[in-house]
Design a protein around this ligand. Sequence first.
Ligand SMILES: CC(C)(COP(=O)(O)OP(=O)(O)OC[C@H]1O[C@@H](n2cnc3c(N)ncnc32)[C@H](O)[C@@H]1OP(=O)(O)O)[C@@H](O)C(=O)NCCC(=O)NCCS
Length: 392
Amino acid sequence: MIEPLPTQEVPKQSVSVVGIASRCAPYKRQPNELEAIAHRHYSSTPALEKTLEINRKTRIDHRYSVFSPDHEYWHRPTIPSFSECDSLFKEHGIPLAAEASAKAMQDWGGASNEITHLVAVTCTNTAHPGFDSMLCRKLGLKPNVRRVLLHGIGCGCGIAAMRVAHELLLGSMQQGVPARALVVGCEVPTVFARSELDIIDKSQEVNVAMCLFSDCAAALVLSNGIGRKASERLPIWNILNCEPTQFEGTEDIAYFDVHDKGYHAYIDKRIPELAGKCIPEGFRSLIASTPPLALDEKNYVPSNHGWAIHPGGYAVLVAAQKTLGLTADDLRASYDAYHDGGNTISTSIIRILEKLRNDDQKDKLVLAAIGHGITLETAVLTRPSFPRCLNA
Ligand SMILES: CC(C)(COP(=O)(O)OP(=O)(O)OC[C@H]1O[C@@H](n2cnc3c(N)ncnc32)[C@H](O)[C@@H]1OP(=O)(O)O)[C@@H](O)C(=O)NCCC(=O)NCCS
């Protein structure tokens, strides 16, 4: 571990969150709709019935889909190819990402040509050029915007994107130049739902991914504060630190396998238990590596902070709550995001930040998400010290 700086030597300038927005896909799907689709295309088998039983008990009120109930995707006799899934992502996902981005930029109050960095992330598309390239054009970002597209991280990727943007903006701060980063997550897991059902039928293996994922896009704007204009929102949070931790011996616990019809998600039953162990460990490591926090014992007490935990599944939240010694109310925003849409992959954490933006009960907010690898992504944010009424 790197030795923390004494508090008085910590640089005062921060990278801040100055805009937040999400846009869920337009159609809310109830659990019984998956049941109807499954039975339309497949005979009843033990694996299908078990998956549908889990689907009824997830405690998710509805999941979001880019496809209306009468969309031909649900009714066609054939499974879409990977290439069709790619086209469907571009047709439906990119407009969603553009809407969330435009809303986040509006929230920030700056102009699209002032965006210097774009950090985009998705777990549900692999096109070259990536969706970030198309998004740049759609939003009218400058041609020399510095782009990064993250992939292959799983559900930790919303925080990972924030971490990458944070470090890029710290670099610009070092150079003394203004920098504003748009961080965008875009997920359309529904495009793989038909092939996932088919895999359940052929493999006779239960698949909880069929019960959890939802379509959504979400965006943040981060600022290094240099050259701030009057039209720009004052910081909502300052980012103190972001830290990933990869856990040994966990490589086979969660993955997306690529096949000719898309991605197949494997989610091991051990994930909730693992989350219960990894999140407290990652939290302590995060605090220990954050100079302004490391030397004060109070900062190692989870209940002294606000929390945003990626709602991978209900059992993940329950396990983390228990081992961190928190109450359900401490994780209210994470449970709410879960009930309203389930697991929206990279966008979940941004949706939780959106819910917490006016929650001032705790000065610091800890973010945590379990991703493929298994890699835990964490971050700690703090409220800026100026009066909040200036930031309405
Ligand atoms: C899916 C979920 C919401 C279901 O809630 P629940 O019904 O209260 O969950 P339970 O743990 O009681 O499990 C119910 C059944 O599902 C099965 N099940 C749970 N997780 C499973 C998994 N990952 N794969 C296959 N079956 C699973 C259990 O074995 C159990 O079967 P049983 O009734 O025959 O004993 C919950 O298990 C959950 O949140 N799991 C974590 C999902 C996860 O890891 N997400 C991370 C995604 S990146």
